[in-house]
Design a protein around this ligand. Structure first.
Ligand code: ZN
Length: 189
């Protein structure tokens, strides 16, 4: 089922979300919720989505990038479901990512992101996994992780970089595509 996406101004987007217990994760209701979260992300063409974006203050997010019309320049990323995730930054380096958010219609802004991170989380069955994520995809994981901490991308942006999606396509996208290629060439994702 496609769920309603909460928009900036909704207090659930500002909550530090609570962890999910194994029992809760194994429940039919939570497994259905994860299916709904994935379906909602796909229906909205998001690169990722976090539980508070559909009104639940719990520590779950999903990342998946495949032929994405909202972000045509993003490298593909397989479907990854992260329950109770932890991120570790593995370099002091930062690059500027031009981000958007399903919960913030028609706004984009530049956000400094770490291009080399370790993600530790449970998968949807509660099995722990660990992954190194780099480059642009690492930025997507940080964006989604911020959601479960109640942080939205404008909190981390220089407001002077804000633009609408139309202005972005018109004025920023060609240069940003080149920037993305450089980040991918350096970091591999
Ligand atoms: Zn978002």
């Amino acid at each position: 089922m496609v769920l309603d996406i909460t928009k900036i101004g909704h207090p659930v987007l500002r909550e530090a979300c609570r962890p999910v217990s194994l029992d809760e994760l194994h429940s039919e209701a939570m497994q259905q919720f994860i299916d709904d979260l994935i379906e909602t992300k796909r229906a909205a063409n998001g690169a990722g989505i976090a539980a508070p974006q559909v009104g639940r203050a719990i520590r779950i997010f999903v990342v998946e990038v495949k032929n994405n019309p909202r972000y045509p320049y993003k490298p593909e990323a397989p479907l990854t479901i992260c329950v109770n995730p932890e991120l570790e930054f593995l370099t002091e380096e930062r690059y500027l990512n031009y981000e958007g958010c399903l919960s913030i219609p028609d706004l984009r802004g530049q956000v400094p992101r770490c291009p080399h991170i370790r993600v530790k989380a449970w998968d949807r069955s509660g099995e722990p996994f660990e992954r190194i994520v780099k480059g642009i995809t690492a930025g997507t994981f940080q964006h989604e992780y911020d959601h479960i901490e109640g942080i939205l991308f404008p909190d981390r942006s220089d407001p002077r970089s804000f633009c609408t999606w139309g202005e972005f396509a018109l004025r920023q996208e060609p240069a940003f595509r080149e920037h993305v290629q450089r980040v991918v060439a350096q970091w591999g994702e």
